[in-house]
Design a protein around this ligand. Sequence first.
Ligand code: BGP
Length: 475
Amino acid sequence: MNKFENDFIFGGATAAFQVEGAAKEDGRGPCCWDEYLDRPESTFNGDVASDFYHKYKEDLELSNKFGINGIRISISWSRVIPDGVGEVNPKGIKFYNDLIDECLKNNVEPFVTLHHFDTPLSLFKDGDWLNRKTIDHFINFAKVCFENFGDRVSKWATFNEPWSVAQNGYIIGNFPPSIKYDIPKAVQTMHNMMVAHAKTIELYKSMNLKGEIGIVHTLEGKCPITDLEEDKRAAYLDDTLANKFMLDACFKGEYSEETLETVNTILSKNNGSFTIYDGDLDVIKSAASKIDFLGMNYYSSHFLKAYEGESKIHHNGTGEKGTSIFALKGIGARVSNPEVETTDWDWPIYPQGLYDMLTRIKRDYPNYKKIYIAENGMGYKDDFVDGKIDDTPRIEYIKKHFNYILKAISEGVVVKGYYVWSLIDVLSWSNGYNKRYGLFYVDFNNQNRYAKKSAYWMKKVAETKQLVDPSEIEY
Ligand code: BGP
C-alpha cells in the first residue's frame, strides 16, 4: 500500500505549557514547570513560549491553509483550576471553549490531552503522582473538562507519556522533581498514573459522551546491541519497564505475571518496591475493556548492552552530539550503534522501530481498537535564511517514518492518523528553544510564524495522500 486512506488525519501536535505562554494571565495558577524553570540555573522559561494563547487563531488558519486537519492540544489544569483542587476559573474555561470552537471552524479536529506534564504546583509540592490524593483531584479536573468541552471534543487522552513523567522526573532528573536514579519512585508514579488513567476512562464512559478516549504513550524500541544473551536481557529489562508495564495495564488490564516479576527484580536490585493498593487492579481491568485507542509517540529506539555498575546518566540538552551517557543499575546501558545515525541530541533515528512497535501492538494487545501516531518528528537547529527554512533532513525523517506506517497498515495494523511533533516551534522541556520541531518556524523575538519547507511538503502529502519526494516541493 502506498497511499493513505481518505479519512487519515494529518495533524500537528502541541502541549499547553510548551506553546501557550500567558503564564500569569487571566487567573492561571502556577504549575510544576513554572517553578522548575524559575530556578537560577535555568536559561529559559515558559512565560511566553510560542504565545499560542494570543496567536492560536493565526496558527489554526495556517494549519487549515497547509492541509493539517487535526491538532493535539492539552488543557492546562492550573488554567482551569488554578490551585488544582478548588474553584474553577471561568476565564480558563472560556479560553479553551474559544480555542476548541476555532479549531472546528478551521476544520482542524482537536485531540485533547488532559495532562501533559504540567501538574498544578500545589499538588506537585504535595507529592505529585506519588500522592494518591492527586488521583482524585485529577478525576475532578477531568470531570470539569468533560462537562465543559465534551460536547465538541471527540478525541480525549488521559495522559501524555506517563513514562516521561516517571523516567525524566525520577531517573534522569531533567524534569521536576529532578530526582536521579530512583527507579522505585518511577514505578510507583507509573502505577498511580495507571490508576488515574483507568478511573478517568470509567468516568468518561459513565457520562455517555459521544467521543473516544485513550492514552498517549511514548514507546521506544529496545534493541540488543549484539546477539549476546546478556545484551538481549538488558533490552528486555528496559523494554519491560518503559513499554510493557503500562501497555499491559492499559490493554490487558493487568500486569502479567512475567511483567511483574521482571519489574520486581529490577526494583530489588535498586533496593525498593512499589505498592498496588486495594481496588487498583479492578479498575485497571475494567478500563482496559473500554479504552478506545492508543496514542503512540515514537521518536527513537535504544540499543542496549549489559551493564553491572551503578547508575550513571548525562542528559544531552544542548545538542552537542555524542555527549549522552545512560546506564542504569539492574537494567543495562544505552549505547550508540555505529550503523544508526542520530540527531544532534543523540536520539537514534531508527524508523523501523516504529514499524516493529506497531506490529507488536497488533500481536500482543489484540484488543487495541486503533492507533494514532500522536507524536513523531525531528529536533533540528533550523537555519532561518531570508525568511526561508529548508528543513529537508526533517522531511526525510518524517517520510521514512510514514513509509513504515504505510507498511504496518498494509499488514493490518489500524492506524488512523499522524500528528507531527510539532505543529509550530515550541519550548522543549529540558532543551529550551533551540531544539526546533515545528512545521512552522517561530521567531521567538517577535512571535512571527513562517512555513518551513516541511509544511509545504506535508500539505502536498495531505492533498495527494502519497509520500511525495521532497525535491518536488517548490520552495
Ligand atoms: C515528547 C513530549 C513532547 C515533546 C517531545 C520532544 O516526549 O510529549 O512534549 O517535548 O517529546 O521532546 P524534547 O522536547 O525533549 O526534544
